[in-house]
Design a protein around this ligand. Structure first.
Ligand SMILES: [Cu+2]
Length: 713
């Protein structure tokens, strides 16, 4: 234990040295952290006399005036690069957490009771923080999804997240308020199984843009907020090895732990490893659009976990990581200085592949001269987590796909219950959608009374465009199998790989299916045939490969974000069904923003919201439309506004079907008969209606609005 403690202290120093965003470590049973969210600017520096801007003078950072003042105190001085959120050197707005971009890394031990006090010091924005990869077992209301599990934290207010640190693994936190995380509202969150004894390093890798999240959205031609033209229309679309377009957004830049390089020699992140020992890296892709192929020159990576449970250690030259995914890998550090490279998945035959770098070294930090891995006939490289079956032969690369990964903790599922099976297709049938249902927020959060009344989606979305809070039901205690696909009705329709993230539980990977590919070009050819679509928009995918597989005696590795291959599928099982309302969505930002999201409702013993009074006003229904005075306490029932349905030609649907007409006719008949009976009984009564009303007025009773013939007798 003493050895562990000494190593731990050393590592704290080591990590603080290595990381732009320092770690905040708490290995107690109870941990309290604070987050202060602010808007700041990259390449700026806070002095006692206000903020000054920073420019690169050679490789040093020097203070300069900002654009609306001059001759300020401190101008001309050189500052420590560790005190500047430099990003890639370009000046733009960012979020900082406790003054840092990205936010600090929080580290705890498994099962710790964690309290995170978030204070919103942004000028005009509300926010909420989601802890990505944490179970939130029994703490659904701490999941940080505004409009679903909480009201957003408005400017000036504080919200405290309380949860248990499970599962152990490499996780992160980020704003779940629309696309806010694009501006830097994120950081890493590590749950250690036990206090670590090996040297370890935490890193985030992300694609980075030179416009803010707002601009990103207001000029995107794809979001359902409304059309625009601009940034997202990339005219030089980058293609993946399998021939698919990588993103509709133009790639600009990338960062490792908040540092990268664009036009200026800004400092890079560096990791000082212990030579000839096993060093652990805990990494998440915290970006938005482009996946990365991560490698370290001169080193093999041994992948040991995919966010949660350990896997059978697997060696690879390259590790592919998509937005939302997390991995742990180890390297035996060689002496010297080496490049860590994160290159986008792009096919290098079409254009140079952009990469973001960090420095891995064992002594003096200097710019490495190391060469990139060379894959040849003699040395075939191994790529971990390919979203396709294989590369073109000329690249000399072998794929390890997700279905080939083996878990280290083989625990068979012990249950008599037959799992429920759900098919979810992530596609573009009506724009980004799931089973041809494009997500819009429910009118009320899920902590209001009878929340499922706000989640209606049409049953049949094959011929109408469904834009609604798509919710699927599961039951606590019954395992569920989800078939996550990215398939199309016609093979010439566009499909894409999607990193699908599920809140509140982990997905156990059971099986995957990929399209065939051309071994010369590397491009996909015949789509996988196991999962098919019944209709043009794939509103109801189904299993077409005979009897659905039985996974009773199978155990798979777990993940909270899994890449569903284009023209293929991944089958996952949910074991520990945590009651609540759990978001499930693509973690590629433009897909998510446009509506590739649904909600998994796990029916069961959902805990009470900790402080309902904070939220009560959100759940109050609007006044009844009959003009009666609304005092805020009435129990008026509120009719849910029907979701407008549209026919494919865009005209509103107005015709009733036959069943509706029959039901309405029967109802009118019943009401008519009821009125006749009431009138006849009232006439028989000794007290007629007039005397009843007189009595009512005289007695001052005003609750009863309808005459009750029985009571007045
Ligand atoms: Cu997607």
């Amino acid at each position: 234990m003493e050895r562990a403690f000494v190593t731990l202290c050393l590592m704290t120093v080591c990590c603080a040295e290595a990381l732009a965003a320092a770690s905040v470590i708490c290995f107690e049973a109870k941990c309290q952290f604070r987050m202060e969210l602010r808007r700041e600017t990259t390449m700026s520096y806070r002095t006692p006399n206000g903020t000054l801007m920073v420019r690169m003078n050679g490789t040093q950072m020097q203070l300069i005036d900002n654009e609306f003042s001059s001759g300020r105190v401190g101008v001309g001085a050189f500052v420590d690069p560790n005190d500047v959120n430099s990003a890639d050197g370009l000046v733009r707005d960012v979020f900082t957490i406790n003054g840092k971009f990205p936010g600090p890394t929080f580290e705890v031990l498994k099962n710790a009771e964690v309290e995170v006090i978030v204070t919103n010091k942004l000028f005009t924005e509300a926010t909420a923080v989601h802890f990505h990869g944490l179970y939130q077992a029994g703490t659904i209301w701490m999941d940080g999804v505004p409009g679903i599990t909480q009201h957003a934290i408005i400017s000036g207010q504080t919200f405290t997240y309380r949860f248990n640190a499970q599962p152990a693994g490499t996780h992160w936190y980020h704003s779940h308020y629309f696309n806010q995380r694009l501006d830097g509202l994120f950081g890493m969150f590590i749950v250690h199984e036990v206090a670590p004894v090996q040297p370890y390093f935490v890193l985030s890798v992300l694609d980075w843009y030179h416009v803010t999240a707002n601009h990103f959205e207001t000029t995107s031609p794809f979001t359902n907020n409304g059309p625009g033209h601009g940034f997202a229309h990339d005219t030089t679309r980058r293609q993946s090895h399998d021939g698919l377009q990588l993103s509709t957004v133009k790639y600009v830049s990338g960062l490792i732990n908040g540092r990268g390089r664009n036009k200026y020699p800004t400092p890079l992140s560096d990791f000082k490893l212990v030579p000839e020992e096993e060093n652990v890296f805990m990494m998440c892709h915290t970006g938005s659009e482009y996946g990365y192929e991560v490698s370290i020159d001169g080193h093999m990576l041994t992948v040991t976990a995919m966010g949660e449970d350990p896997i059978v250690p697997t060696q690879a030259d390259f590790l592919l990581v998509s937005p939302g995914e997390c991995y742990e890998f180890t390297v035996i550090a060689q002496r010297g200085s080496f490049w860590m490279r994160a290159k986008i998945f792009q096919d290098p035959r079409l254009a140079d592949v952009p990469e973001v770098n960090a420095i891995v070294h064992t002594g003096v930090h200097r710019e490495p001269q190391s060469a990139e891995r060379n894959c040849t006939w003699e040395y075939n490289c191994t790529v971990f987590n390919c979203p396709f079956k294989g590369y073109a032969e000329e690249f000399h690369r072998e794929c390890i796909t997700i279905d080939q990964v083996r878990t280290k903790t083989e625990v068979l599922l012990q249950t008599e219950a037959t799992p429920s099976v759900l098919f979810l297709n992530f596609g573009f049938g009506i724009g980004c959608s799931v089973n041809a249902r494009q997500w819009v927020e429910p009118e009320k959060p899920m902590f209001c009374n009878d929340p499922l009344q706000y989640t209606h989606c049409p049953d049949d979305c094959s011929a109408v465009e469904c834009r609604c809070p798509y919710t699927v039901n599961l039951t606590e205690g019954t395992p569920a199998i989800l078939v996550l696909s990215s398939v199309v009705y016609h093979p010439d329709k566009h499909a894409a790989p999607h990193p699908i993230h599920l809140h509140g539980q982990v997905m156990e990977i059971l099986q995957a299916g990929y399209p065939e590919y051309n071994h010369t070009t590397g491009h996909h050819t015949t789509p996988n045939q196991d999962v098919k679509c019944r209709d043009e928009v794939c509103s109801e995918p189904y299993w077409s490969a005979g009897e659905f597989p039985d996974f009773q005696n199978q155990v798979g590795p777990t993940k909270d974000t899994v890449v569903v291959p284009a023209y293929g599928y991944v089958i996952v099982r949910l074991r520990v069904l945590n009651p609540g309302y759990w978001a499930m969505h693509c973690h590629q930002e433009t897909h998510l923003d446009e509506g590739m999201r649904l909600q998994v409702y796990v029916e069961g013993n959902i805990p009470e919201i900790p402080d309902p009074y904070v939220y009560e006003w959100l759940c109050i229904e609007p006044p009844a439309p009959n003009g009666s005075k609304f005092d805020g306490t009435s129990s008026n029932t509120y009719e849910h506004t029907p979701i407008p349905t549209f026919q494919p030609n865009g005209l509103a649907s107005s015709s009733y079907d036959t069943a509706t007409i029959v039901i309405m006719t029967v109802l009118i008949g019943i009401v008519f008969i009821f009125i006749v009976i009431v009138v006849r009984r009232c006439r028989r009564s000794d007290n007629n209606l007039l005397s009843f009303q007189n009595d009512l007025v005289n007695s001052g009773e005003d609750e009863e609005l309808l005459p009750n013939c029985e009571a007045s007798n």
